[in-house]
Design a protein around this ligand. Structure first.
Ligand code: PLP
Length: 417
């Protein structure tokens, strides 16, 4: 069947996410001189305000013209030397890819294999760190939200494990599919390098690799002997100090980022986290109470508020559900990746979303599942989600927390005025 033409495409992959119209409009700009005396107004305001999204005051934010993968590489190569030992857990395609990158860059990665559907194994991490009396482990990697399986890990718990072992290793966190959607606290959790990208909670197209770096990690740069050039933070620090970049930045993306930060601060970070949880609970009600299917995430403590991976019954290829949803109903669902390919389809529920948009995804997934022979009761997912959403508050009772007030009062506001 040919893809449908009329009506809009329903984009429910867990990134890229829907770009709000006002963000899209903010990106429609004539090109400008990125070395003009005016340019630093834009660059310094986005670099400053990004820190609030990471919840860091002492850290520094960086923007690379890359995707999240580039920021992974920047984090590792700027702070480590070849042969350095890293501790990491593999429990999905993205935690796997970061490990793969670290190995290819010449680091010695101690990999803890974890069942897909679970997250960072805190107790195991603590045991390994305690046993490392000589402090040979220089970095600890943690994927905050494993997008392939819909699993969120406890980063505060990783910090507790490091502290319990009195271990000085740097803490590297992949916050690609959690930043600006699930609470992330760089300073509170003493995260040293937090990696993200533009196309998820920041509601932009892909194209910016975003990194926040602690003072401790900045201090590690001098001794880090890994080869780096394009991603060298030293060049970036030098240029950013005067509001410029060491190479040509993407103007439309920076204007888009300015507007997406405005959107984020208008809603408020805490309200955004609350909304993501509320929407995710409705989707999970559709999957488990409505369709009577299972999530790939093994226990509620792992449930992700940005993406749900739905296990299809044995004998069914989840790829068929995704294909029918796309071709017949103009609905883009996320594919199962690597070890869970064919076993799951994913519903992304992050970014610029509300209940009725998600109803489209739930209804479309339900129809596509019926079309490929999965026995779900027609309307059951929609009924379960609506029951949840109708009986729960969509916004926090107390609208603005003290913490949020702090972050909002420190906003530099809009470049567009
Ligand atoms: N880490 C996670 C958790 C992701 O979900 C992704 C992409 O989806 C990446 C890393 C890689 O980011 P990018 O595709 O922006 O390079």
């Amino acid at each position: 069947m040919q893809p449908r033409v009329a009506g809009r495409n329903f984009l429910f992959v867990p990134g890229p996410t829907n770009v709000p119209d006002r963000v899209q409009r903010a990106m429609m700009v004539a090109m400008e001189d990125h070395r003009s005396s005016k340019f630093p107004e834009l660059s310094t305001s986005v670099l400053h305000d990004l820190k609030k999204v990471f919840k860091t005051e002492s850290g520094q934010a960086f923007i690379f013209p890359s995707s999240g993968t580039g920021a992974w590489e920047a984090a590792l190569t700027n702070t480590l030397s070849p042969g350095d030992k890293i501790l990491a857990a593999r429990f999905g395609q993205f935690s796997h890819l970061w490990i793969d990158m670290a190995q290819r860059l010449g680091f010695d990665v101690q990999v803890v294999e974890v069942e897909w559907g679970e997250g960072v194994p805190l107790q195991r991490y603590e045991e390994i760190l305690r046993a490392d009396q000589r402090h040979e482990i220089k970095g600890v990697l943690a994927c905050h939200n494993e997008t392939a399986t819909g699993v969120t890990s406890d980063i505060a718990g990783v910090r507790r494990a490091l502290n319990a072992a009195d271990h000085p290793a740097l803490l590297y966190v992949d916050a690609v599919s959690s930043l600006a959607s699930i609470d992330f606290r760089m300073d509170d959790w003493q995260v040293d390098l937090a990696v993200s990208g533009s196309q998820k909670g920041l509601m932009l197209p892909a194209g910016l690799g975003i990194l926040a770096v602690s003072e401790k990690a900045l201090g590690a740069m001098a001794g880090a002997k890994s080869k780096r050039c394009y991603f060298d933070l030293a060049d970036m620090i030098k240029a950013n100090a005067t509001g410029y970049f060491p190479y040509t930045p993407s103007l439309p993306m920076l204007y888009g980022l300015r507007e997406s930060l405005n959107v984020i601060f208008e809603e408020g970070l805490e309200t955004i986290f609350f909304r993501h949880h509320y929407l995710a609970e409705g989707v999970r009600a559709a999957i488990t109470a409505g369709w009577r299917l299972k999530l790939c995430a093994k226990e509620p403590k792992w449930y992700s508020d940005t993406v749900s991976a739905v296990l299809v019954p044995e004998g069914i290829n989840a790829g068929h559900v995704i294909d029918v949803a796309f071709r017949r109903y103009n609905l883009a669902l996320g594919a199962g990746l690597a070890r869970v390919a064919g076993k799951v389809f994913r519903i992304g529920h992050l970014g610029d979303l509300n209940e009725l948009m998600l109803m489209g995804a739930i209804a479309g997934a339900e129809m596509a599942m019926q079309d490929v022979g999965i026995h779900v009761t027609p309307g059951s997912g929609v009924a379960a989600a609506s029951q949840y959403w109708r009986t729960h508050d969509p916004v926090p009772k107390k609208r603005v927390s003290r913490e949020e007030q702090f972050y909002e009062s420190h906003s530099t506001g809009s470049i567009h005025g």
